[in-house]
Ligand binder design. Structure first.
Ligand SMILES: Cc1cc2nc3c(=O)[nH]c(=O)nc-3n(C[C@H](O)[C@H](O)[C@H](O)COP(=O)(O)OP(=O)(O)OC[C@H]3O[C@@H](n4cnc5c(N)ncnc54)[C@H](O)[C@@H]3O)c2cc1C
Length: 404
């Protein structure tokens, strides 16, 4: 097994490094610090904007977005994409703007949008000038999303939208929402849904923040009452929003599956075990803790090699199939188990939240622990992912409850 890159790719890596040395200085790197696991969208600074513009010009960011809409329009090359991520991360350089606008809406518009929609939305989204939220989930429609009931009725040149969305991340900051709305109440459940773009400043929209376990308010409920949405603000045809939304979810899953943050958590966990005393000695010397650490590291190494396997398959343009389906569960469950061990090592101190005096590592692990529940649910829950692996990956019979 040869896991090294060919000379062509090593040359590409040198080129990317030279670019970063020239355009993202030591001072920039120091100021940028470590990227958070789940970065929230925000307007970019002038310095970040100038750097991203150079990176697009060089062909390193927004590779699948046409140049006409602010992308760098590069042919797909899994190895080059990975090298770019590795080198940008090492240099703490800005990558693509985080959030659902770039990760989910932009690929959807590239695939399904009209020329006018592409023109209006893609470029300001990739520069971070337009922030988006995803209005899919509703009370009673999460895993079984096609049960959604927010309805849109055509009235002249406008849709009149009424209903409620829930768990809508960063709706308070968003300028626009891409939403699923039922427009054909008599059609079978998957065929009556339309993919709609709704401006958040439209009268009739109320955003109510939801308080989370960790004290934050990244989620909201969004109420829509007689919201008037221009008739042409839909992506794909009327009633055909389900396949459009599926292509977005495909991108969301790819976005969640990486292992770099898991490796960082593991390294932090080892440090925690070195510096925390358990029964009079560093926790890392405790046999039970060591055994659990070794088991977790074995899973981590397996996940990292699995990533290389997927990369090789993508590089050879092979369908990743079952191998691709297992990534999200493997990494999100591993992340959960890592921080679970951190909490055991911390003992009573695990009850101290972020910012509290004496909270080990400033409460970082406690916060990370709470976030792992988000990872296990967002982008399709672990149970649902297992169903998908069983049914689509292993060809087992369909879950009777979800038969259509
Ligand atoms: C961090 C985060 C961010 C999110 N951001 C957004 C957002 O921006 N926009 C948005 O629209 N939504 C968002 N969501 C919502 C998310 O998509 C839903 O929480 C998710 O789809 C699950 O739906 P639910 O919460 O209604 O749970 P339910 O679907 O009610 O599930 C409850 C439990 O039942 C299990 N279950 C359900 N059906 C089955 C089945 N058939 N077989 C086995 N088990 C089953 C589930 O696994 C789960 O454990 C976000 C969620 C999180 C955690």
């Amino acid at each position: 097994m040869n896991l090294s890159y060919s000379e062509e790719y090593e040359a590409f890596r040198r080129e990317v490094r030279a670019f970063l040395d020239k355009h993202w200085t030591e001072a920039d790197r120091e100021k940028a610090g470590e990227a958070p696991i789940l970065a929230m969208p925000r307007k970019q600074t002038e310095r970040e904007a100038a750097f991203r513009a150079k990176a697009v010009e060089a062909g390193y960011l927004y590779k699948s977005v046409p140049r006409a809409y602010g992308g760098s329009e590069q042919p797909f090359d899994a190895f080059k994409s990975t090298i770019i991520v590795e080198e940008f991360r090492a240099a703490k350089a800005p990558r693509e703007i985080p959030g659902q606008g770039v990760a989910m809406l932009v690929p959807t518009l590239v695939e399904h949008g009209t020329p006018e929609q592409k023109q209006q939305f893609i470029a300001p989204t990739v520069t971070g000038d337009l922030v988006w939220c995803q209005g899919y989930s509703e009370p009673g429609a999460g895993s079984d999303l096609a049960s959604l009931r927010t309805k849109g009725e055509l009235d002249g040149d406008h849709w009149i939208v009424n209903g409620q969305k829930i768990w809508t991340s960063n709706a308070s900051e968003a300028d626009w929402m891409f939403a699923l709305v039922r427009t054909e109440p008599d059609a079978p459940k998957h065929q009556g849904i339309t993919y709609m773009l709704i401006e958040m400043a439209t009268p009739g929209i109320e955003v109510r923040p939801l308080k989370q376990l960790n004290g934050g308010t990244d989620f909201t409920e969004v109420f829509l009452e007689n919201v008037r949405v221009p008739k042409n603000s839909i992506v794909g045809a009327r009633g055909e929003g389900w396949p459009v939304s599926r292509s977005t979810l495909k991108h969301e899953r790819a976005f969640i599956g990486g292992t770099d943050y898991v490796r960082k958590t593991f390294d932090g966990l080892v440090m925690l075990a070195q510096f925390t005393n358990l029964r009079g000695e560093p926790a890392i010397k405790n046999d039970t803790i060591r055994t659990r650490l070794v088991e977790l590291e074995a899973r981590l190494i397996a996940a990292e090699f699995h990533g290389k396997r997927l990369l090789t398959m993508s590089g050879k343009k092979q369908d990743t199939g079952l191998a691709g389906l297992i990534t999200k569960n493997a990494t999100s469950e591993l992340q959960h188990d890592l921080v679970d061990l951190a909490l055991d090592i911390m003992g009573d101190c695990a009850a101290l939240a972020t910012g509290e005096e004496k909270a080990p590592f400033s409460g970082m692990f406690v916060d990370a622990y709470m976030w792992t529940f988000a990872l296990l649910i967002g982008g399709g829950t672990t149970n649902i992912q297992r169903n998908i692996i069983a049914e689509r990956g292993l060809g087992l019979p369909r879950d009777p409850a979800t038969k259509r």
